[in-house]
Design a protein around this ligand. Structure first.
Ligand SMILES: [Zn+2]
Length: 215
């Protein structure tokens, strides 16, 4: 797996691969009800091992508890399991070299904190977002820019409406999900994480085109 994933698998190959991934996910505790470790600050401790493809659905029932599984608060209303947001934070936390984020709206503090943490540990983080969204209340784009993360926005009335990210030129994160609190807690959304460098490169190329256009 990994380097040799083909985009189109025959049905038998696909069945075997799904079975293999399900076993890995069960072992790794991914996706709703699993045992993910969340450190203080809501950012998962350590990098998650790459497990191939993954699908995340929102909304989550609650934001992750900042105390993680060591939470002792009675009737704590936050989530202590591996919610979709926790998994997404773990994917961001697993970036080693580069993280190109091209997302219409970024206002979720947990996600921007994870981007900032990646930037601070030496990952080359770049962000493209929508200029109109950047101007809205609660946008984290300004904060990321102020912290030294390279940010570019479109300069036109039409929307930069993508919601994708490319991680280490290998993993593609793509779907309907905006990186907002409403996206986490309210909306029906999806993110598909694909371990497919040959697909990710197409998105990287488009990222570069937009990066140049919005310079
Ligand atoms: Zn708690």
């Amino acid at each position: 797996m990994g380097q040799c994933v083909s985009v189109v698998l025959d049905s038998e190959g696909m069945r075997q691969r799904i079975q293999q991934l399900e076993q890995q996910l069960e072992a790794g505790g991914g996706g709703g009800g699993g045992a993910a470790t969340v450190a203080a600050g809501g950012v998962p401790a350590g990098a998650v091992a790459a497990v191939g493809h993954e699908v995340l659905f929102f909304p989550d029932s609650a934001m992750p508890c900042r105390n993680g599984q060591s939470c002792r608060r009675q009737q704590c209303g936050y989530a202590h399991n591996a919610t979709s947001l926790v998994r997404l934070l773990q994917w961001i936390g697993s970036a080693k070299r580069s993280l190109d984020v091209c997302v219409f709206s970024i206002t979720c503090d947990e996600l921007s904190d994870a981007l900032l943490a990646a930037h601070r540990r030496g990952v080359r983080v770049r962000i493209i977002s929508d200029n109109d969204q950047m101007a809205t209340r609660g946008s984290d784009i300004e904060r990321l820019y102020a912290a030294g993360v390279p940010v570019r926005t479109d300069k036109v009335a039409a929307h930069m409406h993508h919601k994708f990210a490319v991680l280490d030129n290998r993993f593609l994160l793509n779907g309907s999900f905006n990186w907002t609190r409403a996206g986490v807690l309210e909306n029906e959304e999806n993110v598909l994480i694909l371990d497919a460098p040959e697909v990710a490169v197409k998105y990287s190329q488009q990222f570069e085109r937009l990066w140049q256009r919005y310079a």
